[in-house]
Design a protein around this ligand. Structure first.
Ligand code: FE2
Ligand code: FE2
Length: 284
């Protein structure tokens, strides 16, 4: 079985053309990052690139597409609509597509309060084992074929201020994940756990306090060995840390639509374990 893992597609509206009054102070501050930092330029083609990656899922013979958060730049309604339409028919099919939120998808309290992410992607968070849910729809479980299951977690929390981008899964979801791991119905399946924040950097170290996954060690402690993979984004670098006896595979998909760095991981599952990953670059 084969999975295409992408992340951090950051569909970005033309902020300079929007009425500033409606943006709110958090996005005002973020505009410096967009214009001075060149983000607007880096994601100008994001919709088109995401549509190409979605089409690649079928072309590559992948059974399932996983997008591990940061679908938007700053959680605007139009950015969610853009992500949904770029995914096309894939976004309508929970059998073939899993999507979880990133910190940019809950960028403002308003976007979180109004459930903007869930309005566009809630249908993809249905669970085949709903008894294991602990916090809203999480963790949800999607059975894929005979040999794999995808588990969706949420580490995205409304940041207290721009610049703070840390996240956590939390005790309730971890307890649900422990129940998923112990579920005998899943014993012969590889588990691909999608979470936005990176448990480890490309160098294998914990990410820093204002950016990292606060309960990374607790998460990794539940997922030991090659039966498990954590599929994440947040750090905009593509890397794979292979599983050991004490740790799952870690796949960081990087930012799949960032100009010059487009792509993700093609992950192979066989015999109830994750057996490898290949970098995939779309033809644009
Ligand atoms: Fe991101
Ligand atoms: Fe992020």
């Amino acid at each position: 079985m084969r999975f295409l893992h992408c992340s951090d597609v950051h569909i970005t509206e033309d902020y300079l053309a929007l009425p500033w009054r409606k943006l709110g102070w958090r996005r005002w501050l973020a505009l410096a990052e967009l214009s001075v930092g060149g983000r607007a330029r880096a994601y100008r083609q994001a919709r088109r690139t995401l549509a190409t990656l979605a089409a690649d899922t079928r072309a590559l013979g992948a059974d399932h597409f996983i997008l591990s958060g940061d679908l938007t730049a700053y959680a605007l309604e139009a950015e969610f609509q853009g992500a949904r339409s770029a995914l096309g028919s894939l976004a309508a099919d929970p059998r073939r597509c899993t999507v979880i939120p990133g910190n940019h998808d809950v960028y403002t309290p308003g976007s979180q309060r109004t459930g903007r992410f869930a309005r566009h992607f809630g249908h993809l968070m249905e669970s085949d084992l709903p008894e294991h849910r602990r916090e809203g729809p999480y963790p949800f479980v999607r059975l894929v074929g005979e040999g794999a299951a995808v588990v969706g977690l949420c580490s995205a929390r409304v940041p207290p201020a721009p610049g703070i981008a840390a996240g956590y899964v939390g005790k309730a979801q971890l307890e649900g994940l422990a129940a998923v791991v112990a579920d005998p119905r899943l014993a012969r399946r590889a588990l691909l756990v999608a979470v936005h924040h990176a448990p480890r950097t490309a160098q294998g170290a914990p990410d820093h306090r204002l950016h990292g996954l606060r309960d990374a060690d607790a998460l990794l402690g539940l997922l030991r060995g090659p039966r498990f993979a954590v599929l994440h984004g947040h750090i905009h670098q593509r890397y794979h840390l292979p599983a050991t006896a004490d740790r799952p595979h870690l796949f960081g998909a990087g930012s799949s639509t960032e100009a010059g760095h487009e792509g993700g991981w093609l992950i192979e599952v066989s015999g109830g374990a994750v057996v490898g990953g290949q970098r995939h670059a779309p033809r644009l």
